[in-house]
Design a protein around this ligand. Structure first.
Ligand code: PLP
Length: 561
């Protein structure tokens, strides 16, 4: 039921008693007073002694839907006095949207945001003022720019435009962002779960599909030779990227599969022990716990009050029965980097194996496993700009029993057994994720091109800004070391009075900020931190900007207010 009337505008002059909403065919509009004039409306109100909406007296005509694009400019002006905070928030949003899209200032300052295709009156204003429009009457866009005019509500000041390529950073983030069209209008802070892939990675996979798709292995036709060569080359690139001059670099589905391959591939006996830590992702805990069936015990080492790994406790936990230490290189909840080289030294002093879970380190810092000195190193391709369904297991010696047997992993099959192939093939039975592997090679090229040192320093700067910003918001608790210690851009926090899922939902709905909430597959740690509902986790990537960090902080500031 609507109060639209013929005399309101030319558009409404032909209004029928019933009409269908063109944008929503399920909505039937009924216009019972379409032939009334304003005089009749007011006489009716007076006659029936009906209450009048007080907002009319405040200058608002369109009170049915608040912040309706069809509101008059004068109504927006009124709004600034009636609801200054909401108006300020709306203006800040319009300005940052205009900056992101590359619209001229007139987009927000003249209310041009209210039309997709500008009506004749607005086109005339644009012509007079020199604002460029397209042939379809939409506004011309320019290059995206930092939301420099964004209002910092905390201080009532204007935020400083971010200098993304800062002295010493060496990373031109705005140029990098052009390779990630998916970034579009969102602020992606869920990189610890998975990262986005740049265009060269997508193109490498499309090229495989379009021009030489074939199975790899022993074939002689041209496609299979190209595919095999590129797939093999991707392994070489990945090995080089982590400093693996020797050993075997196997492609897996993800980190989880890589760790399971080790847990299943070693031979265990009752009484063996595995030492792991409370920082571990479930993927580096459950495969070890599962060995209980074979009589293997698992010890878990804690963290100290400053969130660092309790290294003395780790050394003390090692007994003559300990066979392996499994430790993460960087925490996916609190971002601390563990001293893996020191742990490797301890392990080798005791003659035990070390597995390092590099899922969160490889995408964010230079990693050289020849310096770490571990025996196994696992990580995920999809967290380092590679395709989903890609991961890696590097092993010093090919001593593991293959987890899966079948085609592609054998040199010869006899009546009673088989001779395993050498190299990674032994551990990649069946048709592998060929496009994914080649895409992962392209991701390595991309990261190498940017420089891992550059990526690390850019992300470090953002992390410090994020932690400092969050610490200034009342009601927000940050779970990060006070002192700057080696860490990656994974920051967990909670907000008083809100469940982490509520915070994450609010960030998405109100500011298009995508973060993760919950236990982050690391329940023992979040429970140890006394957070049964988990945390909100913002995790940074190389394409994130200072403006995005500020936007997160400002949105939380608003929420807590
Ligand atoms: N280890 C760590 C530290 C992680 O952060 C993750 C995923 O978030 C994993 C392991 C599991 O990775 P995937 O899901 O790729 O197997």
């Amino acid at each position: 039921m609507q109060g639209n009337r013929w005399y309101e505008s030319w558009n409404r002059a032909g209004l029928d008693e019933t009409s269908q909403n063109p944008a929503n065919p399920l909505q039937l509009n009924i216009s019972p007073i379409r032939n009334w004039r304003a005089l009749e409306v007011f006489l009716y109100l007076w006659w029936q002694d009906l209450p009048v909406n007080p907002l009319y007296d405040k200058g608002l005509e369109r009170i049915g839907c608040y912040l309706c694009p069809a509101m008059l400019e004068s109504e927006y002006e009124e709004l600034k006095t009636i609801q200054p905070e909401s108006a300020e928030r709306w203006t800040a949003f319009l300005e940052s949207w205009a900056a992101k899209k590359g619209y001229p200032d007139a987009f927000s300052s003249w209310g041009l945001w209210r039309w997709r295709a500008l009506p004749p009156k607005m086109r005339e204003i644009c012509r007079q003022k020199g604002v460029e429009i397209n042939d379809d009457y939409t506004l011309k866009t320019g290059p995206a720019r930092p939301a420099g005019a964004m209002v910092d509500k905390r201080k009532g000041k204007t935020m400083k435009p971010a200098m993304e390529k800062q002295a010493g950073s060496g990373l031109d983030v705005q140029a990098v962002r052009k390779d990630f069209p998916i970034l579009g209008d969102i602020i992606y802070l869920d990189n610890a779960a998975t990262s986005f892939s740049p265009e060269p990675v997508v193109q490498a996979m499309v090229e495989f599909e379009h021009t030489y798709r074939a199975n790899v292995g022993r074939g002689v036709h041209r496609f299979t030779r190209i595919a095999s060569q590129r797939y093999w080359h991707a392994h070489e690139k990945v090995a080089g990227f982590i400093g693996a001059q020797s050993g075997i670099t196997v492609f897996t589905k993800n980190t989880t599969e890589a760790i399971n391959m080790v847990a299943h591939g070693l031979s265990w006996k009752a009484g063996d022990r595995v030492v792991t830590t409370i920082l571990e992702h479930h993927s580096n805990l459950l495969p070890w716990r599962n060995l209980k069936k074979q009589g293997v015990e698992v010890d878990s080492i804690g963290i100290r009050p400053d969130y660092s790994l309790d290294l003395p406790a780790l050394e003390n936990a090692i007994t003559p029965s300990t066979r392996l230490v499994a430790v993460t290189h960087a925490s996916n909840v609190i971002g601390v980097v563990t001293p893996v080289a020191e742990i490797a030294r301890i392990c080798h002093d005791h003659g035990i194996l070390l597995l390092v879970d590099g899922a969160q380190s490889v995408p964010h810092m230079p990693v050289d496993i020849s310096r770490i000195g571990c025996d196994f190193f696992a990580f995920s391709g999809h967290k380092m700009l590679g395709p989903t369904g890609t991961g890696v297991l590097w092993m010093r010696e090919p001593d593991l029993e293959p987890f899966i047997l079948g085609g592609g992993m054998v040199e010869a099959v006899t009546e009673s057994g088989y001779t395993a192939a050498e190299g990674y093939q032994k551990y990649e039975a069946g048709t592998p994720n060929i496009a994914g592997g080649i895409g992962l090679g392209a991701a390595v090229d991309y990261l190498t091109g940017l420089g891992m040192e550059n990526i690390r320093s850019h992300e470090e700067r953002l992390t410090t800004r994020l932690i400092n910003g969050l610490r200034q918001v009342g009601g927000v608790h940050v779970y990060a070391p006070e002192k700057p210690v080696p860490r990656i851009g994974v920051v967990s926090f909670t907000v008083d009075g809100f469940h982490p899922h509520e915070v994450a939902q609010h960030l998405d709905e109100s500011a298009e900020i995508l973060v993760r909430s919950g236990h982050h597959c690391c329940q023992p740690l979040v429970e140890e931190l006394g957070l049964p509902d988990g945390t909100v986790r913002a995790s940074l990537g190389l394409y994130n900007t200072e403006d995005e960090v500020d936007m997160l902080v400002a949105t939380l500031e608003e929420l807590t207010r």
